[in-house]
Design a protein around this ligand. Structure first.
Ligand code: CA
Length: 221
């Protein structure tokens, strides 16, 4: 899952990027409103965390412009504590959720996970597809027989993306775009390596190769 973090407080941004990275998100960081608007429009993020007080263009305006341009990526806005008008304005501008500062890391992670599940119509409690469950807290997969399989960070990101988009052919380049951050070296051939690792861990039938189209994660393997 690729995440855009828009926050001009350098210390907070650095700390959050680390937390989000550990939680299995490929994070791009930006501190400036105009740059944020550009990235959010041009890059295929799965979720955006947006501070409202930003240099060069306010977060609310950035959000309004995204929605006006047809960007449907879920957005969680970070608001000042007690500023109820910011929350209202945020929802009116098209936010999916908000979080007042200061907040605990766990709350942000829980809200991001909830927004992602809502957006993809998944069960609210846990991500489950085809008898497989994804334990996001421990970054492991739970097999139908209850066995747990530990996943590396990249395997986890890839599997989560598959599970949020079941029964749809996903090209290698699309998968690479959603698994790696902007500055990472994105080699779509590496996706093949990770797909094969997931197959070894979860069973070959879990990820089907579609010639010329990429891969498909069946909801009924
Ligand atoms: Ca700010």
């Amino acid at each position: 899952m690729r995440l855009l973090l828009v926050e001009d407080d350098e210390r907070l941004s650095t700390a959050l990027a680390e937390v989000l990275g550990r939680a299995g998100y490929a994070v791009d960081r930006v501190a400036d409103g105009i740059e944020a608007e550009y990235l959010g429009r041009e890059e295929p993020y799965d979720v955006i965390v947006l501070d409202l007080g930003l240099p060069s263009r306010p977060g609310l305006e950035v959000l309004r412009n995204w929605r006006a341009a047809g960007v449907t990526t879920p957005v969680i806005v970070l608001t000042a504590r007690g500023a109820w008008h910011e929350r209202v304005a945020g929802f009116q501008a098209g936010a999916d959720d908000y979080l007042p500062k200061p907040f605990h890391d766990e709350e942000l992670l829980a809200r991001i996970a909830a927004v992602l599940r809502r957006t993809h119509g998944a069960e609210p409690s846990a991500l489950r597809v085809g008898g497989l469950a994804l334990d996001e807290e421990h970054q492991q997969a739970v097999l139908p027989d209850g066995g747990c399989v530990a996943l590396t960070a990249t395997e986890f990101r890839l599997l989560r993306y598959f599970m949020l988009h079941p029964d749809r052919p996903l090209s290698k380049s699309r998968l690479a775009e959603h698994v790696y951050a902007y500055d990472d070296e994105r080699d779509s051939n590496v996706i093949e390596v990770y797909v094969n690792r997931l197959r070894r861990k979860l069973g070959r039938e879990r990820i089907v190769t579609r010639r010329g189209q990429g891969y498909l994660f069946p909801s009924k393997p």
